[in-house]
Design a protein around this ligand. Sequence first.
Ligand code: ZN
Length: 404
Amino acid sequence: MKERTLHHDLDAREMTRLRAFQCIREAGQISRTDIAKALNSSPATVTSACGALLEAGLIRDVEAERTDATQRGRPRVMLEVNGEALAVAGIKVARHAIHVTVVDFKGVEIGSHLSPLAASCMPAEALVMAVRQALDDACEKLALSLDAVAGVALGLPGFINGETGFMHWSSSVRERNVDFMPLFARHLPCPAFLENDANLVAKAEQFFGAGRGLRNFLVVTIEHGVGMGIVQDGQLYRGERGCGAEFGHMKVQFEGAVCQCGQRGCLEAYVGDYALIRDASVGRQGDAYKSLTDILDAARAGDRLSGEVLERASKVLGVALASLVNLFDPEHIVIARLRPRFDEAHTQAMLDALKRNTVQVDAPLPGITVRNLDQKMWARGAAAHGIERVSILKIRARGDQDAA
Ligand SMILES: [Zn+2]
């Protein structure tokens, strides 16, 4: 598990500081007493951990009104994340654009920027330089000094090791097996973190969306390809080599359709936008569909093949989602699709296939949220991820200072 290895060089005292920080971030405002209860820790330990976080400027004291009218005297002292302490940039590389969202340390958006991308697949170094340019442009637009950005979190599709920053494969990058960390160090002005983009949507759901307060949930993203983020016991699960949760490459057909990963029979070779465009365009020679919108329009206008391709995709996706329920038994699944949205009938066909293929137990199915996904969700998730990583760096730096 990456999350564990990321934390592995924090000692016990630093881990307590990190857990206290996360507790404050999740709560919004919370008293030291309530942090001690939540962490099952002694008040003295929590007071000491919070003292270090206060000195590092990551949190601050706030006075809260007493809710109990009979209690007079001193107002209750609560803790909250010091939003103005640091700014973090979340960046999502999409096929035709780079989306930058800058947030304060509480996750409140300072602003965002969209930079067009010259090509949907480019050499790694050129991509990092384009990311740097997008970051510079965003800072200029937001009248923010680059020095104020404490960290950058970058989301890419593909097989990414989020802990080490190693990319095994991505549809956005021409080379395979790229160590992004030296490239980041060369071209970016602050610590940078690479992460699989679907994991970032899971982070966004955990921080801001349907995953708030849930311990076990799944997020499935459907766009050009199909991605998934797994949150287990409140943490992202990435697998041993960092490239688990590849739902899009789960095989749904033995020796089936060719996938963009090079293998056959993957889910996204039936459900991803590129697969729908390919399959609905069969027989159209020089007049292939350009986008999913074209296929939806054709199906609505009565084109038989387009209708069949969309219906099959909905059913295949529903069956695959049922396998997820059977494997993980999650509390909730978020299915996030980039525009355009499928028709209601397609969503229903997917949900029906899901229900029919889920192991039958006398308990309700997990909650399902089907939502549109906008590129900003990725960038917000990246920013949330950046806040977590930067807070770990700051806590580690503080620990080193204490030790010196
Ligand atoms: Zn594949």
